[in-house]
Write a protein that binds this ligand. Sequence first.
Ligand SMILES: [Zn+2]
Length: 65
Amino acid sequence: MADDKKSEKPEKKKKPRKPLYEVKGDTVTRVNPHCPKCGAGYFLAVHKERKHCGNCKYTEFAKSQ
Ligand SMILES: [Zn+2]
């Protein structure tokens, strides 16, 4: 088989990811909060109704107003 097909992967639509940092002037602000258990460096994944730490599984639910 000389005609070896190269791996044809179906093109996935990449969702635009939210940047973790927001730069305002000279200040860099972290968009996502960091984990209270793991400390700075471990960001919480922000979902609709909750924030979740992928490291220690800490989950913080959004308070309903
Ligand atoms: Zn954590």
